[in-house]
Design a binder for this molecule. Structure first.
Ligand SMILES: NC(=O)c1ccc[n+]([C@@H]2O[C@H](COP(=O)([O-])OP(=O)(O)OC[C@H]3O[C@@H](n4cnc5c(N)ncnc54)[C@H](O)[C@@H]3O)[C@@H](O)[C@H]2O)c1
Ligand SMILES: [Zn+2]
Length: 375
């Protein structure tokens, strides 16, 4: 398989997989965007790495091509950056038949997607993810957003791309820490949707990590296929799509409590999945052996990123602070926290009315678990 269709009636689109080959993208532009101006929204780091490659891939199409770059970093996923991109689009004559290409990780995908959704009430968007996280998660599904100083992703929309081009050769320049972060989402898909994928990863992880081409390809393609299956059934996160938040309720609380300074998103999700798996076990949904298997796989990742300040933070944060933070999450409804738990490995569900005691015990467990890691 080198392509996958996301079936969403009139908003259906194709995800095209390649490795070091941007010809499918050039062919797509030639076929679908006659006389269109193309605007590649990216950051300065990625522009430095990949501008020449993208420009030469598109050179033969004869389309006008312009790069618009913002500085690198989550703090630039802001209204200020969107405003700067709008200005450059207007100055360069972007119109309703123009194409915006989001070239980058989730920050750029979300920001460029938000701009595409709103500029002239919506222009065509193509996602070209360059991080593992963006390849398996943020570039598909149509959630686009910018942050507000009072909260992450507070301003946004559902806006599906016209196509997604995933070229896994971009991963060759991705720093290790970012690569590991993407794995949090990959493992999440296995846990919530596909036991055999989870088991495959447990045995093949070394090959994936060394960027073995087949292993990476299987990892990315299977993850995308699983996410698509969920989005097709519940595009707007009314029910099923919520299971994609497995490990995220706790992870977001960790990110928020540490003021987004200590953990990268994927790192917080790894730790959040430890808590969520433990809670699933405490609720008697998964066996102790399954829970231990999940923890020992996640451990391989956590020991690689866990720093002293992270340990100190996890030791210092109180269960009540943590619990209060969970309750302040924007997804909490009428004071009841919805937890995504595992019913077994490969199947997840939504659980409300979980006793506060059990949640606090699971939070306390994380600290014990982390403390035991280096023994
Ligand atoms: N829309 C969604 O459904 C969705 C889902 C998950 C996450 N997100 C969002 O995604 C963002 C996180 O995305 P991310 O983890 O990709 O982070 P990111 O976009 O900040 O990228 C991580 C770092 O890697 C660099 N980078 C990107 N590609 C590179 C490459 N090929 N080579 C070298 N360096 C490269 C970036 O410049 C950045 O410094 C968050 O803002 C989050 O809210 C959105
Ligand atoms: Zn995530």
């Amino acid at each position: 398989m080198n392509r996958l269709t996301v079936h969403l009636t009139d908003r259906s689109y194709t995800i095209v997989f390649s490795h070091g080959d941007l010809k499918p993208f050039a062919a797509y532009v030639r076929r679908h965007f006659h006389d269109a101006r193309i605007f590649v929204v990216t950051n300065t780091l990625i522009e430095r790495l990949y501008k020449d490659k993208i420009s030469s891939a598109l050179a033969k199409t004869g389309r006008s091509l312009k790069f618009i770059s913002i500085p690198d970093g989550e703090k630039f996923k802001s209204l200020g950056s969107a405003d700067r991109v709008y200005t450059r689009l207007i100055q360069n004559g972007a119109n309703r038949s123009s194409l915006i290409v989001a070239l980058g990780g989730g920050v750029i995908g979300d920001l460029a997607g938000f701009v595409a959704a709103t500029y002239m009430r919506g222009v065509a968007l193509v996602q070209m993810p360059t991080t593992l996280l963006a390849m398996v998660d943020s570039s598909i599904g149509g959630k686009v957003a910018i942050n507000h100083p009072l909260g992450k992703n507070m301003i946004g929309a559902f806006y599906q791309p016209r196509a997604v081009f995933i070229d896994t050769a971009f991963l060759n320049t991705l720093p290790d820490r970012e690569f590991l972060c993407g794995f949090a989402e990959v493992i999440k898909y296995g846990l919530i949707l596909d036991r055999s994928f989870f088991e495959w990863m447990q045995t093949k992880f070394d090959r994936v990590q060394s960027l073995n081409r087949q292993a990476i390809r299987r990892t990315v393609e299977r993850s995308c296929a699983l996410k698509c299956r969920v989005i097709e059934k519940d595009e707007h996160e009314r029910s099923l799509r919520m299971i994609l938040n497995f490990g995220h309720t706790f992870g977001h609380a960790l990110e928020g409590l540490s003021e987004f300074r200590l953990f990268k998103h994927g790192e917080a999700v790894f730790l959040g999945m430890v808590v969520a798996a433990h809670l699933s076990f405490k609720l008697k949904k998964i066996s102790e052996a399954d829970c231990a298997g999940i923890e020992s796989f996640i451990k391989k990742f956590v020991i690689r990123f866990l720093t002293k300040p992270m340990r100190r933070f996890l030791g210092d944060v109180s269960e009540s602070e943590f619990y209060q933070k969970l309750k302040s999450d924007k997804k909490v409804t009428q004071n009841s926290i919805r937890f995504i738990i595992l019913r077994k490995i490969g199947r997840a569900g939504i659980q409300e009315n979980v006793s506060e005691l059990l949640v606090r015990q699971s939070i306390a467990y994380l600290n014990q678990w982390v403390n035991a890691l280096h023994r």
